[in-house]
Design a protein around this ligand. Structure first.
Ligand SMILES: [Zn+2]
Length: 307
């Protein structure tokens, strides 16, 4: 049996446990908050690794940010990670083999191996939270591209409106189809649409309206909230149509916090009405909350273990 210390690194929390080559947890899942500076973060990684080092074979990281082609470092970090994260040498953290993978890629691999897309050789997992991430499995392989940064679906452009993304570029898919995108759409709709005048949120200033407000508004049958959500959904679907047409997948798996607000059957029908490839299934993720950890651990096993 191969034992992997699997560490999931996000902007706010770090979660870790020991996982075997079947994606099963062997130890209690522990969590801690992400330090704000790079020295503290590095020390935390070392401390966690030291605790398990004698009983494991490999250390795997699933992390925010784009990972290099040799899976040893983060090439471009995200704004929520400490400054200097992209300079961190992960292989020096342990005397065991260390493997680093982008969290969206890792989640896609987990869906492919043990989750909702098990057995499907062509499947794409789209993670919809505060941003949009993607992992592409094509012909049973994880798409990496020439630099390891392939599959950055959140940065695909779907519009020419000039909406500014959190990455400062304009009209990225994630500035429309993420939770943040829903907030952006709420703002624009409040400025431009009549329904806002009669909305339960009419006393709020448009930039105060949150993603949660819109979700709550839908439950209240608030016309403005319904309209905002409808626009958001259309933008989400446009991106998924493009993805389906280019990659011809068996399935698109939706993961991330926004997944619970999505009717997958409705999205699936809307996509299949417009694509030129054969029908695609849209499903919610099935590998659970720790799919990033599991996926990175399984990929690390494929790379390093000799069983
Ligand atoms: Zn962007």
């Amino acid at each position: 049996m191969t034992k992997v210390l699997a560490i999931d690194v996000g902007g706010t929390k770090i979660v870790y446990s020991v996982i075997n080559e079947n994606g099963e947890f062997l130890k209690e899942i522990k969590r801690t908050s992400t330090p704000k500076n790079i020295e503290e973060l590095q020390n935390l990684f070392k401390k966690i690794i030291k605790e398990y080092e004698n009983e494991i074979d490999i250390v795997s990281f699933a992390t925010a940010g784009a990972v290099n082609i040799s899976n040893t470092s983060v090439e471009s970090s995200t704004p929520n990670m400490p400054e200097g994260y992209n300079k961190l040498n992960f292989s020096q953290l342990s005397n065991k083999q260390v493997y680093v993978e982008n969290d969206a890629n890792a989640a896609a691999w987990a869906e492919y191996k043990i989750g909702a897309a098990k057995g499907e050789q062509n499947t794409i997992t789209i993670t919809i939270g505060t941003g949009v991430g993607g992992g592409f499995i094509t012909d049973g392989r994880l798409l990496r591209g020439k630099s390891g940064r392939g599959g950055e679906v959140g940065s695909m452009k779907i519009n020419s409106k000039g909406r500014i993304c959190t990455c400062k570029r304009k009209d990225c898919y994630e500035s429309y189809a993420s939770g943040t995108g829903l907030k952006n759409t709420a703002y624009e709709t409040a400025l431009n649409d009549e329904t806002f005048k009669y909305s339960i949120f009419k006393n709020k200033t448009p930039n105060e309206i949150t993603t949660y407000d819109i979700i709550a508004g839908i439950k209240e049958n608030d016309e403005y909230s319904l309209k905002v959500f409808d626009i958001w959904k259309k933008d989400l679907i446009i991106g998924l149509i493009n993805i389906a047409n280019i990659f011809d997948p068996e399935s698109i798996i939706i993961s991330g916090g926004m997944g619970e607000f999505i009717d997958t059957e409705e999205i699936q029908n809307a996509i299949n009405k417009e694509i030129v490839v054969s029908d695609v299934k849209v499903k919610l993720a099935g590998a659970g909350n720790y799919s990033g950890m599991i996926g990175a651990a399984l990929l690390a096993c494929e790379k390093f273990s000799t069983y």
